[in-house]
Design a protein around this ligand. Structure first.
Ligand code: GRG
Length: 292
């Protein structure tokens, strides 16, 4: 099985070229194109597209080229969420992906519109991609479900309202799963849809996604406490300043690290039903990265 580093080296440049090209083609209005492209191309880790592509690589590697536009669509949704999350009405941040936030660079109205433009464009790209209609409908559903008012948007609302009080650990877990986990899960399940895997394997991937999504956000919470802005390309110690509920604030740093380890272990075990028939090494590498 290909290593994650090799997949990243090959596919992230291909994905970036596709994103830049399609934004040029599909957004003729120059100012809007500039604002949308600025944040999409600002250098994110592309973890969500890579998760989709890793599932396809694992189960149906020949479909990788056809999968790139679907992977790119997820990055549009993720980028819109970051632009809107940074707005003055939300987290009011100045720095994202190592650059000025979209509203600092283009003004608040254009930043809102750049996010507004990215959302439907993602679904346009999905509906245009080279899969049959049944697969395309399922892809649209997974992305809308993960990013929509049942998940990511509801998680953002819970996050905002949680600043007023201390959440229980279960409430925080549910918040993280919706705000962050759901889009990561959508990415993995979109890979499952493209690969056409059976229900048993999809269930294993779905369990894997639940634990990976939570681990990802716990790691993000920990890094907010332990890193510098230069390392992360975004402001640090923001959670405490905004009175946000996080794993370190509820459990302390050591407790948060233990919770991360537990989620990563559970994620790895969720793949057990696949081991007899599938090389899971590429998927497992995402866990190794989160552990380090
Ligand atoms: C505005 C509806 C709406 C939702 C926003 C995703 C989100 C919800 C807010 C962003 C703030 C935040 C800390 C979210 C948690 C998810 C997270 C860790 C996002 C950053 O994702 P990375 O690390 O970023 O993948 P890059 O820049 O690498 O893509």
């Amino acid at each position: 099985m290909i290593k994650l580093a090799a997949m990243r080296a090959e596919l992230v440049p291909a994905l970036d070229s596709l994103l830049a090209l399609k934004l040029r083609q599909d957004v003729p209005a120059a100012d809007l194109q500039a604002a949308m492209t600025y944040s999409v191309m600002a250098g994110g880790k592309r973890i969500r597209p890579l998760l989709l592509l890793a599932v396809v690589q694992t189960f149906q590697a020949d479909l990788i080229p056809q999968s790139l536009p679907a992977a790119a669509a997820i990055e549009l949704i993720h980028t819109y969420s970051l632009i809107h999350d940074d707005l003055p009405a939300m987290d009011n941040d100045d720095l994202r992906r190592g650059h000025a936030t979209n509203h600092k660079k283009f003004g608040e109205a254009m930043a809102i519109l750049a996010g507004d433009g990215l959302q439907p464009l993602a679904f346009q790209w999905l509906s245009d991609c080279r899969f049959n209609d049944t697969i395309k409908i399922k892809l649209v559903h997974e992305l809308a479900f993960g990013a929509g008012p049942l998940n990511m948007v509801a998680g953002q609302v819970a996050d905002m309202q949680g600043e007023q009080r201390t959440l229980t650990l279960d409430e925080l877990k549910a918040l993280h799963q919706r705000k962050t986990g759901a889009l990561l899960k959508a990415s993995l399940l979109m890979g499952a849809v493209i690969s056409g895997i059976d229900e048993k394997r999809t269930t294993a991937l779905s369990d894997f996604a639940d634990h990976l999504g939570l681990a990802f956000q716990i790691k993000d919470d920990i890094l907010d406490v332990t890193s510098t802005a230069a390392q992360l390309g975004k402001p640090v110690h923001q959670d405490q300043a905004a009175n946000k509920n996080t794993y370190p604030s509820l459990l302390g740093l050591d407790g948060a690290r233990s919770a991360l380890t537990a989620e990563l272990d559970s994620a790895r075990h969720a793949l057990d039903p696949l081991v007899a028939s599938t090389d899971i090494s590429l998927l497992a590498e995402f866990l190794t990265e989160l552990a380090n």
